[in-house]
Ligand binder design. Structure first.
Ligand SMILES: C[S@@+](CC[C@H](N)C(=O)[O-])C[C@H]1O[C@@H](n2cnc3c(N)ncnc32)[C@H](O)[C@@H]1O
Length: 248
């Protein structure tokens, strides 16, 4: 019954910030990591930039940011948010798998989206393309879930959110088959003045281990590769999330 599911990025990007609040908590850590590895006012490419939760604070920090995403609707949300803050956003609609960019960047970053490369071949190919848009001294930074062979359970969960007058209840279900994680959400959204909207959506990811990221980065030409925990300390094997900083 997969075809009854929509996709938030494609079908209702205006509800992304409301329905995905629990995944936005680590934004300041990620923005700080990118800022601390990028000299002032330099050029940053934010891949799979979504609604701009990373791009906008980086623009506010004085960087020249290009925000790339496969979804026109998500980038429209980004542009609206930037405009509200009086900021200029530079956006481009492109797929991660086929980057076409004329510029070279001091930093390329990708938060919570590298798992859209569906397998090792796609990941290595994507990283090769990323290497070509980095300046020779540039830095590539990403975070991702740390897939551990012996801890395969991804729990179902339930969440309640409020944003302005809007309220939402979200039921999250995760199905892992081999390395492919299917994430499904059933959401109800309402406000005092609007009727209930019921949304069902699905996202599919490929789960990589830290060793696989290391292998793909090396094959793509990266040589200085550092993994960190979410608190900035050196990587520990039970970390739920991996942070990675890599240079050619
Ligand atoms: C979880 S959101 C993350 C957004 C942003 N990086 C953040 O941290 O807030 C994932 C984003 O990846 C984009 N995306 C998914 N697959 C993609 C692909 N193959 N090419 C380009 N963008 C993609 C979606 O449109 C969505 O905006």
């Amino acid at each position: 019954m997969h075809n009854q599911y929509q996709n938030c990025y494609r079908d209702f990007p205006e509800y992304y910030d409301l329905l995905y609040q629990r995944y936005l908590k680590s934004i300041p850590t990620f923005v700080e990591l990118v800022s601390s590895h990028t000299p002032s006012e330099r050029a940053i490419l934010d891949l799979a930039a979504g609604t701009g939760e990373v791009s906008i604070p980086l623009i506010e920090n004085g960087y020249e940011v290009t925000s790339l995403d496969g979804s026109q609707g998500m980038l429209e949300q980004l542009r609206q948010k930037a405009e509200t803050k009086g900021l200029r956003a530079d956006t481009t609609v492109q797929r991660l798998e086929s980057l076409s960019l004329d510029s070279h960047y001091d930093t390329v970053c990708i938060r919570q989206a590298i798992n859209y490369y569906m397998g090792m071949k796609a990941l290595t190919g994507g990283l090769r393309q990323i290497a070509t848009v980095l300046k020779p001294t540039g830095t590539f930074i990403f975070n991702a879930p740390n897939f551990l062979e012996n801890a395969k359970k991804y729990e179902d969960s339930e969440h309640r959110y409020e944003e302005g007058s809007k309220k939402a209840v979200v039921l999250e279900r995760n199905l892992l088959e081999d390395r492919v994680l299917t994430h499904q959400q059933d959401a109800m959204i309402w406000s005092d003045s609007e009727p209930v909207i019921h949304l069902k959506e699905e996202n599919v990811f490929y789960m990589f281990t830290k060793e696989e990221f290391e292998q793909a980065l090396t094959e793509a030409g990266f040589s200085q590769i550092t993994f960190l925990s979410s608190n900035g300390e050196p990587y520990q094997k039970d970390d739920k999330t991996i942070y990675c900083i890599a240079q050619i």
